[in-house]
Design a binder for this molecule. Sequence first.
Ligand SMILES: Cc1cc2nc3c(=O)[nH]c(=O)nc-3n(C[C@H](O)[C@H](O)[C@H](O)COP(=O)(O)OP(=O)(O)OC[C@H]3O[C@@H](n4cnc5c(N)ncnc54)[C@H](O)[C@@H]3O)c2cc1C
Length: 403
Amino acid sequence: MYNEELTQFRAETVAWLEANCPQSQRQPIVRDQQIWGGRRRVFPSAEAQQWFEACRDKGYTAPEWPSEYGGGGLSSAQAKVLQQEMARMRCRPPLYCQGLWMLGPALLVYGNEAQKREHLGAICRGEIRWAQGYSEPSAGSDLANLKTKAEDCGDHFLVNGTKIWTTKADEADWIFCLVRTSDTTPKQAGISFLLIDMETEGVSTSPIPLISGESEFCQTFFDSVKVPKANLVGELNGGWAVAKELLKHERKMMAAFEGMLEKPAMELLELAQHAVGVDDSGALADDELRSDIARHLMRETAMGQLGERIYRQGKAKQSDPRLPLLMKYLGTSEAQTKDELILRALGDEGLSMDDPTVSLGLRKMVKQWAFNKSLTIAGGTSEVQLNIIAKRALGMPSAEGKS
Ligand SMILES: Cc1cc2nc3c(=O)[nH]c(=O)nc-3n(C[C@H](O)[C@H](O)[C@H](O)COP(=O)(O)OP(=O)(O)OC[C@H]3O[C@@H](n4cnc5c(N)ncnc54)[C@H](O)[C@@H]3O)c2cc1C
């Protein structure tokens, strides 16, 4: 797309955002204001609903998906303009959903026409909330070791087994699952990818509490669950290819996940200045903390530039497939570094998640620190990411695990 057309598109986008995004939706997102959609969807306010519906009707819940499936049909350059303008105006993301971040992009590649028509539109419209059924008690990093079995029963599969760490499965309407459909082939060649309605008889969930005091995820059980054959995505025993495509998108999302979380009222440096004070020259009073914050901000800037480089290479059709492999590891490690710096700056006030004498804002930051410990585990652990980088980006021999 020519620069002039993009300039025109930017002007139209700004005008559309000005007209459709209420002021209340131009604030940093707060966790209990996120819209996750689904059959039991709730809206935190009338203006949040209005903003969601405006985006839904314009296709901006999934700006780059084709418009015939409910997306915005934007080119990657246009989607980037939209993203930039939304960030500049601090517009909240209209919809949070694993269907949007993970399943949809994989269905666009591997789904048949009927599956795309049934599921993509419902995701964009926030009608169906999805959960991810990959991990099992003995299959996390070693995902291909999964045992949940789907037996071929003519017109349907009969699914038995259990999935663990399934985020918000108790609130989900459907779950995408990796299941074993053959025991006689090498592990990865006996896996299929199934879509399962959580309301089907025999599906149940049990919440698992976290150190943050919340319960983000569940164990999900399948007890003789009948799944129509039409819900098989890709080839029978060809699920590993679908799984890997989906993981690519999950890791991309995880690399940027920190940006989707609730934001502290102050930026890191401002917060540290507030908590630790400044010296006569106006610099942060704690030298060591100042150097560590500077190092973190430099790495954050470098990561932003790496992201820009990957985007530009893609646009020029000159992608270096090694670079995206770095992003999950770098993005999640840096998010945790930032949390540690926040806690150091907070001092004694960073010691409790639930001390009522400490302000709610500070307690939330400590909770965020605890929750963000999971970023280097979910979607493939950092150790496994390093194995992948060693092997695929650097050409070294390694054992990959959940790759
Ligand atoms: C917040 C959160 C949400 C999640 N949501 C979901 C979800 O919705 N759906 C889902 O299916 N799963 C989900 N997961 C599970 C996640 O994918 C797994 O936790 C992850 O893949 C690691 O598997 P595991 O927990 O079994 O750890 P293990 O695989 O048992 O690993 C234990 C330790 O051994 C290390 N290790 C393992 N293999 C290797 C190796 N080859 N080389 C070097 N080190 C290795 C790991 O790095 C780790 O430190 C979630 C996890 C978290 C934390």
